[in-house]
Design a binder for this molecule. Structure first.
Ligand code: NAI
Length: 221
């Protein structure tokens, strides 16, 4: 499947397959049909077959999918078979919460450094990683192969700091600051906005309430 472009929509669904297959593995399930997986994941079996066919299918007609194999292969596709060194810029509430979350390490995202500009945070140690000041950043980055930087600083500083990261060879940014970074195309950016997710939830609460007030005949005020 080398060199073939996979749609971003499929890529976005892969982590969910990976999570479900990981749960199946933990529960000792060795094989699963696309129909069974479809019932658990609440997506159509044809969607599953179509998605997994992008990578050669991994399944056999009438035999189902080998859970361990599929889990491993999807992990490889997602680049989880290898370690990715990561730093966090901004050791405030969110930066520290991310640093404390050990599961990222288990997935191969290895936290190598934490940076901030607040002298009060200097040398604080979070899960074995020391907070350094930004003036140590260039020196640090020249001695450590850092692939990913999580950006957990106020949005007003994010563009400038993202440019600094890019200039110093960090080519993937996990951006939590609520702003678009507009970096050169060779820099990969993944934006994470929990508030957008909450807004979608809020919209769906509204729709739910509307539907139920219609079905029970009551009127909203
Ligand atoms: P915080 O104020 O606790 O932490 C921000 C840290 O960034 C502070 O320690 C500050 O000293 C540091 N900082 C400021 N300028 C810096 C610079 N130029 N270089 C390095 N460090 C710098 O704020 P919190 O709650 O941790 O939020 C951080 C950012 O993440 C904010 O932009 C916030 O809006 C955003 N956020 C995003 C979420 C999301 O879902 N995307 C969820 C929660 C927060």
């Amino acid at each position: 499947m080398q060199g073939r472009e996979i749609s971003q929509a499929v890529i976005r669904r892969l982590p969910r397959y990976y999570r479900y297959l990981g749960d199946l593995l933990e529960n000792g399930v060795e094989r699963i049909s696309s129909n069974d997986l479809s019932k658990r994941m609440k997506v159509t079996a044809s969607q599953i077959r179509q998605d997994l066919n992008n990578f050669g299918g991994f399944g056999q007609q009438g035999y189902g999918y080998n859970v361990k194999y599929l889990y491993t292969e999807i992990g490889k596709i997602l680049g989880l078979g290898e370690n990715h060194n990561m730093i966090i810029i901004g050791a405030g509430n969110l930066g520290q919460a991310l640093a404390k979350y050990a599961t990222f390490d288990r997935l191969g995202f290895v936290l190598k450094g934490l940076f901030d500009v607040n002298p009060e945070l200097k040398d604080t140690v979070i899960r074995g990683v020391r907070v350094r000041m930004m003036d140590e950043f260039k020196e640090f980055i020249s001695h450590n192969e850092i692939e990913i930087a999580a950006l957990t600083i106020p949005k007003e500083m994010a563009v400038e700091v993202a440019n600094l990261l890019a200039e110093n060879g960090v080519h993937a940014i996990w951006n939590f600051a609520h702003t678009d970074l507009n970096l050169p195309e060779n820099i990969i950016v993944e934006n994470v906005h929990l508030s957008e997710s909450l807004m979608r939830l809020s919209y769906n609460i509204g729709r739910y309430n509307e539907k139920h007030s219609r079905t029970d005949g009551s009127q909203s005020v």
